[in-house]
Design a protein. Structure first.
Length: 264
């Protein structure tokens, strides 16, 4: 079944079209504004996305032709070239670089989307197209928010990307969360999201993990799905938290959860 891959690739396309139009409308002064990524201005976010598109495309081509990933020296050369660009060059270069990647995903036929396995170079085993494209969608969507929030404190994640990202949230949750942030106390939460509506469990113990909703949770977090996703990646400042987010039960506070997910 390629439904998951199809949906993720469609979200990559809609996300690209939206951000490409946004970038073309930016003034020169906008490119040096601070972004939602604390240490980067907008042009540096675009540099990260543009260089990432080139590297991801090379990894995909390596899987298709059997040569595998190019390795760290190639990655470093791409990063160095983008780092040396001016803010305007980064904005101009991002659009064709990301278009090339999205178009290549779109050209994969049904059989390839189902059977291809991609060695990303940092996971223990090759992954399918949906997983590889989903990781790119995650990177792209959160960094798009980093750009949008520079102009709108109430910015949200792209709706087309939210459900696919929610489906894969458990993939990296153990790397994103810090269980020791709540003083080693084991805590079991029920997380209830809207748009889309889901209910699942978040365990803070020796590790941070997702699973089934506990029968007797220590606390219940209710939030829009896109904010829950932003929470897990550190994009959760009070100024960017909607009033619909609630945490009941008394076992911990929203500030505790923010410490669990400090971001990168």
């Amino acid at each position: 079944m390629t439904e998951r891959a199809d949906r993720i690739i469609a979200a990559l396309r809609s996300g690209h079209d939206h951000l490409a139009a946004r970038v073309r409308g930016l003034a020169a002064a906008d490119l040096t504004k601070g972004s939602g990524a604390a240490e980067w201005d907008l042009s540096q976010v675009l540099s990260h996305l543009g260089s990432g598109a080139e590297i991801t495309l090379a990894v995909l081509e390596g899987a298709l032709d059997g040569t595998g990933p190019k390795g760290m020296d190639f990655n470093k050369s791409v990063w160095a070239r983008w780092d040396a660009m001016s803010p305007a060059e980064r904005a101009e270069g991002f659009v064709p670089a990301n278009e090339a990647l999205v178009s290549r995903y779109e050209k994969l036929d049904t059989h390839t989307r189902e059977t291809l396995r991609i060695d990303l170079g940092f996971l223990p085993a090759p992954v399918d197209v949906a997983t590889a494209a989903g990781l790119r969608l995650s990177e792209f969507t959160f960094h798009t928010w980093d750009i949008e929030v520079a102009f709108d404190p109430a910015a949200v994640l792209a709706p087309d990307a939210t459900e696919p990202l929610l489906d894969q949230a458990g993939l990296l949750i153990g790397h994103l969360g810090r269980a020791d942030a709540v003083d080693g106390r084991p805590v079991r939460l029920t997380v209830r999201t809207t748009d889309p509506g889901r209910s699942f469990g978040l365990t803070l113990d020796e590790a941070v993990a997702l699973g089934d909703a506990p029968a007797e949770p220590d606390a219940v977090l209710s939030a829009p799905a896109e904010w829950w996703l932003r929470l897990t990646t550190g994009r959760h400042a009070p100024a960017h938290t909607p009033t619909s987010v609630t945490l009941t039960g008394g076992a911990l506070t929203l500030d505790d959860l923010r410490r669990v997910f400090p971001g990168f």
